[in-house]
Design a binder for this molecule. Structure first.
Ligand code: EPU
Length: 428
């Protein structure tokens, strides 16, 4: 069981290269199943969620070849199994994309109910609604979701809640269905557009991704394609917050500044200086940081996946900040850990009130989910003294070489293996 040990108080200075987007890659890799020929996927982040995706593809019979640390050639024509068992699916939320992709190609899928970060209730009713609408029979037995269809036909689908996963799964299921599918009230995140672009590169006919309505005219075949995953807006935002929290000067490279707009605006509002370039942003600080209020919302609103990192930064800002979580029921579990570092945060349901404390103190803490772990890293980098962060496997699910990238910016952070911790965990 690994942990990060951070000696805080060093300004981050230099350049950091952002990796491919986790939440795009974990949909695009399963989407390769829909092709009738091999695909090459580039700018794939080196994170454990991606490793799990690739392992699932391999276990199903796809031929997966690593061309470089960030690009893979995947031949889906050799797939012989349509099942993702519990052992693989429980580790990752995105295992649900195998449902849509397998259904879309083979008209059958059997995938264990997905795992993922503990953020409260995470139903998949809207995914199942979309699958049923295009003609699938859906049952859940013994923790497995079973889908089968004689044929898939286009339909009108209205999503009752704006859901990233259900939007992507509806696209995967409908792309090879007969006729026109119209999906309304869809999510508009950059990774939705990225998946649609990838499918269109393979010959799909998808219009409207990035707006409220997506129209898909089904095609009978999808050819192979070479496609590069978009940069990770949340990894970029995390480094932007880390630069600001340490009073640093960091050029965050390989980003699409448009995807960062809501994060950039919020940072500028609290006094961080953000300069935009074509594919980079430079973050500096030239005065005290001040309070703000944030409400997380689906894109183009402020992303829930940046909420904990902003909270860590706001602990260091002057005044009282208020954060309302608009997507997940339980996304403040990190508050208790930040309090151990001297933060003044009170949480009432989906609202957190943060009184700025000026400085934080290092302490032993635990990452309770992926973005909570990122928030603790930011807090640790800014804090006085040593912070030890346990359960960093959460962080490694979504950040590629986090400690290496921070070390290159001058941070004093090391990853340490603590054998005793895994024994403790196994006994717990
Ligand atoms: N929801 C339903 N029914 C459904 C699906 C969702 O009620 O069938 C609700 C959820 O309970 C939630 C809201 O709709 O309240 C939004 O959930 P969404 O489906 O959009 O989330 P997701 O697809 O499960 C993805 C990301 C999350 C990110 C959310 C919101 C992946 C693999 N995960 O989850 O990423 O927080 O969208 O943007 O793409 C992370 O990266 O740290 C992370 C948790």
């Amino acid at each position: 069981m690994d942990k990060y040990i951070i000696r805080g108080g060093r300004r981050l200075i230099g350049e950091v290269e952002i990796s491919g987007a986790k939440n795009a890659a974990v949909a695009i890799l399963p989407a390769v199943i829909l092709a009738d020929e091999p695909c090459v996927i580039e700018n794939v982040p080196d994170i454990s969620d991606v490793s799990i995706c690739l392992r699932i593809l391999d276990e199903m019979g796809a031929k997966v070849d690593m061309l470089s640390p960030t690009s893979y050639r995947i031949d889906p024509t050799t797939i012989h199994s349509f099942c993702v068992p519990y052992e693989s699916a429980r580790r990752m939320r995105a295992s649900y994309y195998f449902l849509g992709a397998l259904l879309g190609k083979y008209k059958q899928a059997r995938v264990s109910m997905p795992g993922g970060c503990p953020l409260g209730d995470r139903p998949i009713d809207q995914h199942l609604k979309a699958f049923s609408a295009v003609g699938a029979r859906c049952t859940i037995d013994h923790g497995m979701v079973d889908l089968s269809a004689d044929r898939l036909t286009g339909n009108q689908i209205y999503l009752d809640v704006v859901s990233v996963g259900a939007t992507m799964n509806a696209m995967l299921a409908a792309v090879r269905a007969e006729g026109l599918t119209v999906i309304e009230n869809v999510a508009k995140e950059p990774h939705i557009v990225d998946l649609a672009n990838f499918l269109n590169t393979m010959g799909a006919d998808i219009m409207g991704a990035g707006t409220d309505v997506i129209k898909i005219r089904g095609v009978s075949k999808l050819h192979g394609a070479t496609y590069s995953v978009i940069p990770d807006q949340i990894e970029a935002g995390t480094f932007m917050c880390a630069a600001a929290a340490t009073g640093g000067d960091v050029l965050v490279k390989n980003v699409i500044p448009k995807h960062l707009e809501s994060i950039t605006n919020k940072l500028q509002k609290i006094g961080v200086v953000v300069e935009e370039f074509d594919d980079a942003v430079r973050v500096t600080v030239d005065g005290p940081l001040v309070k703000t209020s944030i409400k997380t919302m689906p894109h183009p609103g402020f992303p829930t996946d940046m909420q904990p990192q902003m909270a860590a930064l706001l602990c260091l800002a002057e005044g009282t900040s208020i954060i309302k979580e608009g997507v997940w029921e339980q996304r403040f579990r990190y508050a208790e850990e930040l309090r151990r570092m001297g933060a003044d945060i009170s949480v009432d349901g989906k609202v957190a009130v943060i009184e700025g404390v000026g400085s934080l103190m290092g302490a032993p803490v635990k990452a309770c989910d992926l973005r909570a772990g990122a928030a603790l890293i930011i807090a640790g980098l800014a804090a006085k003294g040593i912070t030890e962060i346990e359960d960093i496997f959460h962080v490694e699910r979504g950040y590629s070489n986090m400690e290496g990238k921070l070390q290159a910016l001058g941070a004093d952070i090391v990853k340490k293996n603590v054998p005793g911790a895994s024994v403790k965990k196994a006994l717990a």
